[in-house]
Design a binder for this molecule. Structure first.
Ligand code: DHB
Ligand code: FE
Length: 287
């Protein structure tokens, strides 16, 4: 049985890539955000996960407006990053885990989720930057499974649907016969709006509420409609869905190991959250 050891949620703002390229990690604007990764590095060093399942939203690099899957999963042995026009370095290709991808796809389809399977899939900044933050030397020690949630073209899946997707991913991982240690990522958010009359909108109070609820009462976040999330968190604040799905995938006893909120990063409420997951069987044995 695979071992889901934890969840990591982080903002994925493209300028993080620019800051890394320019060596600005100690700059006062960036330092609190990059410092959050000291805890993440200690966790990764201690736990040495074999696989990262990355739940994120593609911004048009792999899925464009002409064909927009609600939920898609990469099923390849390698994923390339590419130039998205943000002026940030393209990162080395990421190793995939096609067998685990197909297991998740089969399990989700059996669980009544209609998934788009992608045997060719480019990964954008929402996938690549969190991996680069985790492993600054870009020598990826994990195999990866990219899972995308449409947060670009309406209609978008609801928070409740994304929570259920995450739970179904968690069931799929628990039924994987391999012995890999798996970390689940949710990337995006928190509040931000990049265009329109509310461009630059950030809601610190709502972000802090989300940081608490994701850990302690994730179901509370599933009560919000998409319209309410957009009002409260901005039109790109719906990237919160990826955090909700990540949390749904943690089926065991969850405890918070780290939380940082640093605002703004570019136009975004920047946040990092690390959760430990004692797998269900282990959690039950300890009770
Ligand atoms: C920004 C944030 C994002 O999540 C993104 O995908 C692109 C840009 C920003 O704040 O600049
Ligand atoms: Fe984004």
């Amino acid at each position: 049985m695979a071992n889901v050891i934890g969840g990591l949620a982080t903002s994925h703002v493209p300028s993080i890539g620019g800051a890394i390229a320019k060596g600005l990690q100690q700059d006062p604007y960036w330092k609190p955000f990059f410092d959050a990764f000291d805890s993440i590095h200690a966790f990764l060093e201690r736990e040495k996960p074999d696989v990262a399942v990355v739940i994120y939203n593609d911004h048009g690099l792999s899925h464009f407006l002409d064909k927009m899957p609600t939920f898609a999963i990469g099923a390849a042995e390698e994923y390339k990053n590419a130039d998205e026009g943000w002026g940030i370095p393209v990162l080395p290709a990421f190793p995939g885990h096609a067998a685990l991808s197909w297991h998740i796809i089969e399990s989700l389809v059996n669980d009544e989720f209609d998934i788009t399977s992608c045997q060719e899939h480019l990964v954008d900044h929402a996938f690549s930057l969190p991996l680069k933050l985790m492993y600054p030397d870009a020598k990826w020690p994990v195999r990866t499974v990219p899972i995308t949630i449409n947060s670009v073209q309406h209609p978008l899946p609801s928070a409740l649907r994304c929570w259920k997707l995450g739970q179904a991913i968690g069931r799929a991982l628990e039924s994987w016969p391999g012995a890999e240690k798996i970390v689940v990522l949710g990337t995006g958010g928190l509040s931000h709006q990049l265009d329109g009359t509310r461009a630059g909108f950030i809601n610190k109070d709502f972000d802090l509420l989300c940081l608490d609820k994701i850990v302690n009462d994730p179901v509370a976040l599933t009560k919000y409609s998409n319209k309410e999330i957009i009002e409260l968190a901005g039109s790109q604040g719906v990237e919160l869905m990826c955090w909700i799905a990540m949390r749904g995938a943690l089926q065991g006893r969850v405890s918070q190991l780290h939380s940082t909120y640093h605002v703004p990063i570019s136009n975004t409420g920047g946040a990092v959250l690390l959760l430990e997951n004692a797998p269900r069987a282990q959690a039950m044995a300890a009770e």
